[in-house]
Design a protein around this ligand. Sequence first.
Ligand code: URA
Length: 231
Amino acid sequence: MRLDKYLSNYSGLSRKEAKQAIKLGDVLVDQVPAAGPEQTVSEHQDIRLGGMRIAPRGPRYFMLNKPVGCVCANSDPQHPTVIALFAEEEDVSELHVAGRLDLDTTGLVLVTDDGHWSHRVTSPKHKMPKRYQVTLQDPIADDAAARFAEGILLRNEHKRTRPASLQVNAPQQVELTIYEGKYHQVKRMFAAIGNHVVALHRAAIGPVVLDPQLQPGEYRPLHQEEIERLS
Ligand code: URA
C-alpha cells in the first residue's frame, strides 16, 4: 500500500496531511526517513509519525458495568446509551453490545467491534451461561429451583425455557443462571412463578465475571484470556 494511504487509513491524517508530514520528514519507515508518499509499505514494517508507531488497529473487546437508565443501543431518542460511555475511544460508532440488558438492569455488558465474536457469544447455539443477581419482591417459593430446573413455560411462548439453576442467598435475594437470552427472560421467569423482580444485575457471562473494580458506567478492555475463553 502507498505510504500516504497507509497513514490516512491508520493515523487519522487526511491524505494531504500525510503527504505534508512525509515531505517534512516526520515519517520514518523502519527507522529511515520515508522516501515519498508513493513509497510502498506494509503493516509488518515499523512506520512512525512524529515518533509514534502507526499500525492497523485490531478488534476491540471491553467489559462495562452498566448503570441503571442507560439503553443498550448505539443511539436512542430518549435515553443515554451505553455506547456513549465509550466517548474516549476512537470510532465509537463501530462498537456494539454483545448481549443486551434492559434499561433498569445493571451489570456486565460486553462491547466490541468484532461481529463474529459477538455472534458466538450471543448465539443460542452456544448456550452461554449468564448469571444474574436478582432481588425479589416476595420470598422465593420452595419449589422455584425445581421448576426452573425443569424449564418454565413463559407467556406467549410455545417452548419451555432451558433448564436454569437457582441459588438462594436470602429469601428475596437469589442468583439465577440461564443458558439462553429470551426477551426479558429473567423477569418473565419470576413472573411465571408468581413473584416480581425488583432489581436485576448481571454478574457473569460464561467464565467472565464483572470486575469488582468497575463502578457503574466504567469499563475496561477484556484480558486476552477472557476474550479467548468466550470464543
Ligand atoms: N432478563 C431480563 O429480564 N432482563 C435483562 O435485562 C436480562 C435478562
